[in-house]
Design a protein around this ligand. Structure first.
Ligand SMILES: Nc1nc2c(ncn2[C@@H]2O[C@H](COP(=O)(O)OP(=O)(O)OP(=O)(O)O)[C@@H](O)[C@H]2O)c(=O)[nH]1
Length: 328
C-alpha cells in the first residue's frame, strides 16, 4: 500500500517537494490528491470493469478531480466520455480531453440557450453583491465570505436559462503568484462565460485580474473566452484607486468589455454587464467548434468527489481480498 501511494504521490508533487507535502502545491487540494491516489489504488484492487470513472480534464492543472459516473452510453468508454484519443485500462494518458458525463438528461437543457457564468475576483470586491443585485435587483449590505453558491434563473425576456456560480476569493501571493482553490478551477472549467471583478477602491484587486485571466486561459487554452471586466463600487468615487481608463485598457487586452458598476447603487449597469456577457456566450456557441461547450454538449457542474463512496469501496475491496487470501 505504501509503495502504491508514494509512487502516485511522487507523480503528483513537484520533484523539489517531499511527497507528503503535496498539499502545498498551488491548485492541488489535499482532497484531490487523496482522491487521486485512492482511485489509482482502487484501480489496482477492483476487478476490471467493475467500476466506472469520470475525469475532469487534468492536462492544464495536473489533476482536477475524479468521480464515479452513473451511466454508460454512446461516446462512453468504460464510463468515460473521451474526446480526441482513446484510453486503455481506464488509465488516462496524455493528449486526452475527458469530460464528466452529464448527470441529468440532456433534454433538460435547451441547446445553446443555457448559459453558465462564473464570477471571479479578489476578496470583498462585491462578487456576491453583483450577482444578488443582478438576479433580485436588491442590494443587501452584509454578506458572509462566500464558499461558492450556484444561482439558477430563467431570463424569460432573453429566452435564456442562466446559471451563475459565485466563488470564494482568489488572492495574489507574493512569492507563488495566484492562489486559487481547486473548487474554483472546476467552476472555471464548467463555465461558458467569465465575470472578472475588481473594486475600483482596491488596487491590489485590480492587479489580481490579469493573472486570474491567465489562469482561465490555462484551463481553456484554445478558443474564444467570453469575458467581461467589472470595476465595482463605482459609488465610492472618493476612494478610487483605479482610474476608468486602466480598466478599459485591461479589458481590451483580455478581449472583453469593461463595465464600471455599483452593486450598491445601480441595478442598470450591473444588469447591462451580465446581459452583455450572456449575449457573448450565445454568440460563442454559434461561432466556435470543437471545445466542450460547442455543438450543444452540456456538462454537468462538477460535483465534489465523494469520499464516503471511495471509503465504502475501499472497505469492500479490502474485505473481499482478505476473505480470498492474497494480500498486497
Ligand atoms: N459601497 C459599495 N459597497 C459594496 C458594493 N458591492 C459590495 N459592497 C460591499 O463590499 C463588501 C463585500 O461584498 P461581497 O459581495 O461579499 O464581496 P465578495 O467579492 O463576494 O467577497 P468574498 O466572499 O470575500 O470573496 C460587502 O460589505 C458589501 O456590502 C458596491 O458596489 N458599493
Amino acid at each position: 500500500m505504501e509503495r502504491l501511494i508514494l509512487t502516485h504521490l511522487r507523480s503528483v508533487v513537484s520533484p523539489t517537494l517531499d511527497p507528503l507535502q503535496f498539499a502545498y502545491r498551488p491548485n492541488i487540494g489535499v482532497e484531490d490528491a487523496v482522491i487521486y491516489f485512492l482511485q489509482r489504488t482502487l484501480s489496482h484492487l477492483e476487478p476490471a470493469g467493475s467500476a466506472e470513472y469520470s475525469w475532469f480534464p487534468s492536462a492544464p492543472l495536473g489533476l482536477s478531480g475524479l468521480t464515479r459516473c452513473r451511466s454508460r452510453g454512446p461516446g462512453c468508454v468504460a464510463g468515460l466520455r473521451v474526446f480526441g484519443s482513446t484510453m486503455t485500462s481506464g488509465v488516462p494518458g496524455s493528449n486526452f480531453l475527458l469530460v464528466p458525463i452529464p448527470e441529468y438528461p440532456l433534454l433538460d437543457c435547451v441547446p445553446n440557450r443555457t448559459v453558465k457564468l462564473v464570477v471571479l475576483g479578489a476578496s470583498g470586491v462585491g462578487k456576491t453583491a453583483l450577482i444578488v443585485r443582478f438576479l433580485t435587483k436588491r442590494f443587501i449590505g452584509d454578506y458572509e465570505p462566500n464558499t461558492g453558491a450556484l444561482y439558477s434563473r430563467t431570463l424569460d425576456s432573453e429566452d435564456l436559462s442562466l446559471q451563475i456560480q459565485d466563488t470564494p476569493c482568489v488572492s495574489l501571493q507574493d512569492d507563488e503568484g495566484l492562489y486559487c482553490q481547486e473548487q474554483i478551477n472546476r467552476s472555471i472549467y464548467w463555465a461558458d462565460g467569465y465575470v472578472l471583478v475588481f473594486s475600483i477602491t482596491d488596487l491590489r484587486s485590480f492587479h489580481t485580474v490579469q493573472p486570474l485571466y491567465q489562469h482561465v486561459r490555462r484551463i481553456h487554452p484554445t478558443g474564444n473566452i467570453p469575458v467581461i471586466l467589472v470595476g465595482n463600487k463605482s459609488d465610492l468615487l472618493r476612494a478610487r484607486q483605479v482610474p476608468s481608463h486602466q480598466g478599459e485598457t485591461l479589458a481590451t487586452t483580455l478581449g472583453g468589455v469593461y463595465f464600471e458598476a455599483s452593486a450598491r447603487e445601480n441595478h442598470v449597469s450591473v444588469h447591462g454587464a451580465f446581459l452583455h456577457l450572456c449575449h457573448e456566450v450565445i454568440r460563442s456557441f454559434g461561432s466556435a467548434n470543437g471545445e466542450k461547450r460547442r455543438g450543444g454538449l452540456h456538462l454537468a457542474r462538477p460535483k465534489s468527489p465523494n469520499m464516503q463512496e471511495l471509503k465504502r469501496r475501499f472497505r469492500q475491496v479490502l474485505s473481499s481480498r482478505s476473505k480470498s487470501g492474497p494480500t498486497l
